[in-house]
Design a protein around this ligand. Sequence first.
Ligand SMILES: NCc1[nH]cc(CCC(=O)O)c1CC(=O)O
Length: 318
Amino acid sequence: MTDRALRLGTRRSKLAMAQSGHVADAVRRLTGRPVELVEITTYGDTSREHLAQIGGTGVFVTALRDALLAGEVDFAVHSLKDLPTAQPENLALAAVPKREDPRDVLVARDGLTFDRLPDGARVGTGSPRRMAQLNAYARDLGKRVETVAIRGNIDTRVGYVEKGELDAVVLAAAGLNRIGRISEVTDFLAVDHVLPAPGQGALAVECPAADAGLVAALAELDDPHTRAAVTAERSLLAALEAGCSAPVGALADLLADQQAVEMRLRGVVGTTDGATLVQLSTTGPVPTSHGDAVALGRELASEMLAKGAAGLMGERAL
Ligand SMILES: NCc1[nH]cc(CCC(=O)O)c1CC(=O)O
């Protein structure tokens, strides 16, 4: 490696810039090399269509990957939950830094929590996973909410509540935190009620697989526990043959008792109306290899498929 600045390709959104800036600082610190941000526009940033209608997984990711493969930038940072589950062979997932809060949160008018939302409240989200679980959660509380399909960046989505067009919106805690708006959260949704998207709250640092020196340097940012957890979550998603717009939630975490530390993987799939959910968990030794983490996800997927999960995933959003 030379000492020229490393070029970090990034989307222009506030969230992407915050995430890239954070990783750029860490890379400067760990490698002592200068890092410059190179802005790249992606189709997902310019399209006004609903994500689920664009249909493909990874609309935010493709342009960054094209720039990596064209040698226009040296590495890129993605929200891990936006990455398709299949990793291209010519690109290395060089680091998965320590994950922050994986939960979904509510930003509601008047400081309302989910259990205090009035019957029939209008709750904005473009995600079939969130719709399915919010509708089921409301039903458990003896009421209904009207889930309203919205999209746009975080500021746009919170704006629906600020302008009084919706009672609440649901977003990822991690995104709000990274753009400095976490104080506006009115309810952190317990993962017992709403499981996050596989990989939510984690970042993916990617570079060309052929650049072995850079792969090794970026690996300094890797957090092995986060990597094992998100690998298990994404393996579940892949084994359910679901795309990023499918109503699949998953979260792996560590469970400690007197005897040992184990990894628990929870998963959910459901119809967007929340009428039917398949929600299961499995627990096993903390994975010590990529293959072990993949196996944990596959094991839970086969249990969920045996309980009818496949029949719930034909739906395409909204
Ligand atoms: N779907 C868009 C997206 N991709 C990553 C995040 C937030 C950051 C993260 O989950 O890591 C968001 C916004 C949201 O879901 O509220």
